[in-house]
Ligand binder design. Structure first.
Ligand SMILES: Cc1ncc(C[n+]2csc(CCOP(=O)(O)OP(=O)(O)O)c2C)c(N)n1
Ligand SMILES: [Mg+2]
Length: 365
């Protein structure tokens, strides 16, 4: 897909295909004996849907950033470089499963059924948006998408409760949520995990280790601590390459199987990197406090472009995909974003929330 000067990180603007990294991508996807058959079993349409999801997630974020640059929005929370952690996990779920995305996982909304137009309306806070302009954290319970909760960690007990309800009703459903490296230190995360283990809830928690929490870099040894977190709760913890959408997909699919078979929570620990700031306001700070070689390392492993190169080459049970097929996907998503942008901007003009209705549809005294 096209890189956009001024919006994409410099590493993506300079990105060139590295045959060794494309080979590494395929090898990683087949490294684990239990995950390899899941990867090999992916049909071509399913592989292409994963690519489309990555392009949609990246394009969504670029549109929000465009709006920040042009003054339509004051700020946006984006996830450049982390898209595979969201898209791979969502595609491993079945209809009826529930997701609880955090700010870095907004792609879960479109990959689980919300339209980009609705999401853009949510970002612009319009009355006809998913939260009716009350909150920028939106979801759609009708489609199994719990809205993010600002207080990090709080989605873990909420999703544990949903998963418990599925088990008690004898339903074959799981709840999946994401928790950042920083979030694993909260009481809510711990309380949610202890409850899920004790009550045998089929909950998947994707530990999204992007090596930073706001402006606090991961402490030395943090990677290993997170990889072994499952031991603290006596549950399985699969470790996946968070920049490899096939590995995340297979890890999450396996986690789903195990969570349901054994009625218990499972961790999927995804190693990745935040190529931007916590939000659009502090991108410069990230560059100052994190080592440049981390940006270089993960920049070369852009989850969207590396997967595209892998698809073109073929491998892991898939035939080479023609450029025209990939270009057609990119053009389709580009048109989807342009239409959604137009619709949401029209809503911004015609569907502003009335101040007098601010108390409607919200909990409060
Ligand atoms: C309970 C709580 N404490 C502090 C904050 C402020 N805060 C928002 S995001 C964030 C960092 C979270 O880091 P991490 O879990 O690694 O997620 P990331 O932003 O890296 O995806 C913090 C401290 C919050 N929202 N909730
Ligand atoms: Mg983090």
């Amino acid at each position: 897909m096209r890189a956009v000067p001024g919006l994409d990180p410099p590493e993506y603007l300079d990105w060139t295909e590295d045959p060794d990294l494309v080979r590494e991508f395929g090898a990683t996807a087949l490294e684990d004996a239990r995950r390899a058959p899941i990867v090999r079993g992916l049909t071509e349409p399913a592989r292409l849907r994963l690519y489309e999801g990555l392009v949609r997630n990246r394009s969504h974020d670029l549109q929000l950033k465009r709006w920040v640059r042009s003054g339509v929005l004051s700020k946006a929370w984006l996830g450049p470089g982390e898209e595979a952690v969201t898209v791979g996990a969502c595609h491993a779920l079945e209809a009826g499963d529930v997701v609880g995305p955090m700010i870095r996982n907004i792609g879960a909304c479109h990959e689980r059924g919300m339209s980009l137009a609705s999401m853009f309306r949510g970002a612009l806070g319009t009355e006809d948006g998913p939260a009716r302009g009350r909150d920028l954290h939106f979801g759609d319970l009708g489609q199994g998408i719990v809205a993010p909760i600002s207080m990090v960690g709080s989605l873990v007990p909420v999703c544990a409760g949903l998963a418990l309800a599925f088990r008690l009703r004898g339903e074959t459903r799981v709840a999946l949520t994401w928790a950042g490296d920083g979030t694993t230190g909260t009481a809510a995360f711990h309380e949610g995990m202890v409850s899920a283990v004790a009550l045998r809830a089929p909950l998947i928690v994707v530990i999204q280790n992007n090596r930073i929490a706001l402006g606090t870099p991961l402490a030395e040894g943090g990677d290993e601590r997170l990889a072994q977190l499952g031991g603290a709760y006596g549950i399985a913890g699969l470790r996946v390459d968070g920049n490899n959408v096939l590995d995340v997909f297979a890890g999450a699919a396996l986690a789903r199987r195990e969570a349901l078979a054994d009625s218990r929570p499972v961790f999927v620990v995804a190693d990745t990197f935040r190529m931007g700031g916590h939000a659009t306001h502090d991108e410069g700070e990230s560059r100052r406090i994190l080592p440049a070689d981390l940006f270089a390392h993960y920049g070369r492993r852009d989850p969207v472009r590396t997967y595209r190169a892998f698809l073109r080459q073929g491998g892991a049970g898939g035939a080479p995909v023609a450029d025209t097929v990939l270009e057609e996907i990119e053009a389709r998503v580009e048109a989807e974003v342009a239409d959604a942008e137009r619709e949401a901007l029209a809503s911004q003009r015609t569907s502003r929330p009335e101040p007098g209705g601010a108390g409607e549809g919200v909990f409060g005294p």
